[in-house]
Ligand binder design. Structure first.
Ligand code: NCD
Length: 344
C-alpha cells in the first residue's frame, strides 16, 4: 500500500510488507539520525506539531525527524495557549492549521480527537497518541528497534514469544504494538498485567484470530520466562478516575527478577518514561548496564522510523537513497556512557 497522502491514525493500517518497506528505509536513515549523513528531501516543507498532552520524546523526535529531512517545524503545546481555550472545535483548528502546513502530528487526551481532526482536512495527520487509544508511531519504532535487535541476535521475527507487561488496559503503546506483532506469524503473546489492568478483550481476540497463541497472567515471574521480548510499561496514572494503586512489588522489573527468570538473549524494552520514584515498581535503573536492556536503542530508533514515515507519507521516500551526503560536524561515537559496545 502506498502511504503517500494518508492519515496515519492506527497501526492496523500497516501490513507486513508495509512494515518491511518502512524498516528498509529507516535502516538507510540511521546515519542521518546519528548526524553522520545529511539529506534535504523535505526542504521547504513544514510540519505542525500539536501536543495537547504531556510529551518529551514523541514531540522532540517527530520534530527532529522532520528537521533532519530538511523540513521546518511549527508547534504548540497544551490547550491554554491555543484557540481551543476560546471554544474552537478541533475541526476548525484542523482546517486552519492544515492551511498553513504540509503535515500535522497531533497528541490529544481524547480517543475520538484524532478522528475528528483528520476528518476535517486532506493534509496528512499523524496520530502521536489519542488518550488510551493508540500510539502508532511508537509501535512502528518499537518494531523497528526489535527488528534490529533480533537481526543482531540471529532470530527471525516470526515464532517469537513476546511478554507485554504492566498497565495493558490504558497503555496505548501496547494496543498499537499488538496490532503490529499480529502481522507476523506464529507468535506467542503473553499479557502480564494486574487483573484489573488487562489487555482489552478485542485485542486478545484480534491476535487469536490472526493465528497467534495468547496467554494471560498476573505474575511477572511466570510471564517473563522464555520471552524473546519483555516489553514493560508505566502505570498510566493520568487515565484513572480514582487515585491508582501503584504496581505491586512483583511488577518491579529489576536485575534480580531478570537474572532469575529471563533468557540470556532476551530483549527488554519500555516506551518510556519509566516512573523512577520510590515505590513506583516500574522498570528499574539497576538494569542500565545489562546489554539486554534496549530502552535507549529503542528511543534512538524513533528518529529514523519517523523520518521513514514522514518521507513516505509526503511521497519522497524514493529520493532518499540518492540524496545522502556526509555530515561534517562532530558527533561522539557512542551517545551514552553505558551504551552497549555492539550498539553503534
Ligand atoms: C508513552 C505514551 O505517551 O503513550 N510514551 C511515549 O510516547 N514514548 C508511554 C507512557 O506515557 O507511559
Amino acid at each position: 500500500m502506498s502511504l503517500t497522502g494518508k492519515h496515519i491514525l492506527s497501526s492496523d493500517q500497516f501490513e507486513r510488507q508495509d512494515l518491511e518497506r518502512l524498516f528498509q528505509l529507516a535502516d538507510l536513515l540511521v546515519p542521518v539520525a546519528r548526524g553522520e549523513q545529511v539529506t534535504r528531501v523535505l526542504e521547504g516543507a513544514v510540519m505542525a506539531s500539536l501536543f495537547f498532552e504531556a510529551s518529551t520524546r514523541t514531540r522532540l523526535s517527530c520534530e527532529t525527524a522532520f528537521l533532519r529531512l530538511g523540513g521546518g517545524v511549527t508547534s504548540t503545546t497544551g490547550t491554554e495557549v491555543t484557540s481551543i481555550a476560546k471554544g474552537e472545535s478541533l475541526a476548525d483548528t484542523s482546517r486552519v492549521v492544515t492551511g498553513y502546513v504540509d503535515l500535522v502530528v497531533m497528541r490529544h487526551p481524547e480517543v475520538s480527537s484524532i478522528h475528528e481532526f483528520a476528518a476535517a482536512t486532506n493534509v496528512p495527520v499523524i496520530n502521536a497518541g489519542n488518550g488510551a487509544g493508540e500510539h502508532p508511531t511508537q509501535a512502528l519504532l518499537d518494531m523497528f528497534a526489535l527488528h534490529r535487535e533480533f537481526d543482531r541476535l540471529g532470530k527471525p521475527m516470526d515464532g517469537r514469544r513476546i511478554a507485554l507487561v504492566g498497565d495493558l488496559k490504558h497503555g496505548r503503546t501496547v494496543h498499537s504494538l499488538v496490532k503490529l506483532l499480529s502481522r507476523y506469524q506464529d507468535m506467542t503473546i503473553v499479557c502480564v498485567a494486574p487483573e484489573e489492568l488487562g489487555m482489552p478483550e478485542y485485542l486478545l481476540e484480534l491476535a487469536a484470530e490472526r493465528g497467534h497463541r495468547v496467554e494471560v497472567t498476573d505474575q511477572p515471574s511466570l510471564g517473563l520466562k522464555d520471552a524473546d521480548l519483555v516489553y514493560t510499561t508505566r502505570l498510566q496514572t493520568e487515565r484513572f478516575k480514582d487515585r491508582p494503586l501503584p504496581y505491586s512489588d512483583d511488577f518491579r522489573i529489576d536485575s534480580a527478577l531478570v537474572n532469575r527468570v529471563c533468557r540470556e538473549d532476551a530483549v527488554i524494552m519500555h516506551p518510556l518514561p519509566r516512573d523512577s520514584r520510590p515505590g513506583s515498581n516500574d522498570l528499574s535503573a539497576d538494569l542500565n548496564r545489562d546489554p539486554r536492556l534496549a530502552v535507549f536503542r529503542q528511543t534512538d530508533a524513533g528518529i529514523p522510523t519517523r523520518m521513514a514515515l514522514f518521507a513516505s507519507v509526503l511521497g519522497v521516500a524514493d529520493e532518499i537513497a540518492g540524496s545522502l551526503r556526509p555530515a561534517r560536524w562532530y558527533r561522539p561515537e557512542y551517545t551514552g556512557p553505558d551504551d552497549a559496545p555492539f550498539y553503534k
